[in-house]
Design a protein around this ligand. Sequence first.
Ligand SMILES: [Zn+2]
Length: 348
Amino acid sequence: MTPSDKPEAPRRSLPARLARTWGIPLVLGTLIALVWMKYVSPTNGSAEFADVPKPSAVNGDRAYGYLKKICEIGPRMAGTEANTRQRNLVAAHFKSMGGTVHEQKFASRHPLTGKRVDMVNLVGSWFPERTERVVLGAHYDTRPFPDRDPDPANRRKPFIGANDGASGVALLMEIAHHLKESPTPWGVDLVLFDGEELVYESDEGERRGDYFLGSKEFARQYKAESKRGKMRYLAGFVLDMVGGKELTIPVEPMSQKLAGNLVREVWGIADRLNSRAFQQNLGREVLDDHLPLNDARIPTIDIIDFEFPYWHTANDVPEECSGKSLAEVGRVMTAWLNQPRPTKTPKR
Ligand SMILES: [Zn+2]
């Protein structure tokens, strides 16, 4: 537990002082009011209670185990053997959880050498016959170097990407456990995006390479497919840096702008599940995989802890992540998926 989690030192509260003054009449009055609210008032909370979203039995320890397993593979840049090993591991897992799996292959150029880099998005599908679908995605490639490390000596060390990379994938692996039995009315696709950050940055901030290659390819294929068939995505969620120990997820401004209804639904569910990580205020604007999906007319929000102190540093390691954080986001996401009927999604 951190200092901020500790309750404040005991101090006589206002209710306590009132109770001393008013004593029994106040207690009795409160009791009567509570009974009235519960059983009599036409605007009582019972309708709300009946609607409390039901998360699946998300297992934080198991999710954290996946995160560690992924990190044990080592750095997982696009085009590397480690990247393929991770993808195969997740593909086998999705299949064992009842998903059907397919790969979206594409290629790009290495930003430094100009050599061809083969990349692959992995798509695991549940309820493939359903034409109304939702997509939950996370990038699985890692940045080549921790080039934001405060110590210049660390900036050419391996980047493990426990939070920035592994956390989103680990959470998708955990969510996969709960899909087959989920009452969700939608088809669900769990997607691993490749090539999110095959990007090199010099100390002077000069950037080589492009972001979001995998999600751009996913969006391109979806645009082509949705013209041909009836399948369409009603909603999309990008999970990025969702495993940090001190998880803080304010509303990401572009998500608010592009898919405000989804933001309201997800943060509303988080509020009712008493999630402390999801905060109702606006955070920093983030360029991420949600933007290409929105371009393809999939209303998509970014669920991201951009306050993670070890972002793009050599300290982005499993020890700075926690299963509790992964479980917190997992509960909110599965509660959204488990809704008994479709809710409004933005018409675009
Ligand atoms: Zn990153």
